[in-house]
Design a binder for this molecule. Sequence first.
Ligand code: SAH
Length: 269
Amino acid sequence: MNQTHGALPFPVTAGGAVAIDPSPATPSWPGLAIAAGRLGIALDDEALARFARYREVLLERNAQFNLTAIRDREGIECKLFLNALAIVPALDAVKSLHAHHRTRLVDVGAGAGFPGLPLQIARPDLDLTLVDATAKKTVFLNEVIADLGLDHARAIHGRAEDLGQDRGYRERFDVAAARAVASLPVLLEYVVPFLRVGGTALLPKGLQIDEELRHGRRAAKILGAEIVSADRLPIDGTRLVIATKAEPTPADYPRRIGLPSRSPLGKGP
Ligand code: SAH
């Protein structure tokens, strides 16, 4: 995938962000459908109803627990829903490679469900596993999954370092995604072990990632993967790092809990 942001078939603002129409005359809900449309993604009524419900549950539960720092309707739509939806075109490209089965996606460090749940809502033919180290978050996620009637999704409480060594999860997924969890070398050690050979990691990142990318390329190689692109997404200064797995990950990885973040792979001169 070498799509540049200039080639995408929808308008972007000067800052590169897709804007939700803030006019009070426009109810915010059609705003999500329109903004998603600008990203080239059509959301049907069922998807819109699920996003509406997810937003309400997030607002409700965020008042009780600290699930995400983003607490207002517009922030949820722009920063959480649309940012996740911006990955859908890349996901569709990967999905088309194995149309014969439900694409299995793992979201590592999903938190309150990002980017995994919006991806599942927009593409209900996925099979989604959300992983998070905090039980309160996976309990919340399983409640949302039941509430939205998402039959092919589940949340698992655990750490990437453990589940990546568990036969039930290791090398079982076609796609891995993770957002706002760790720097690229750490993130790659978390996600690549979950991928089957031929699988793809979709990792949204900020714009200033040159150094992370340099270390990330070395880390990817150690893990049996390769970073194939890091193009800008048409939303809020994000780049999408895409890595593919060419070989099985050596059995040593992921290392034991805490080591990936304390001593990231690929560091050094
Ligand atoms: N991806 C979400 C949440 C980001 S916060 C979003 O974009 O909003 C980071 C989350 O990663 C936290 O919920 C934390 O519990 C989880 N996390 C951090 N390290 C982890 C690990 N090693 N294994 C599993 N989850 C982890």
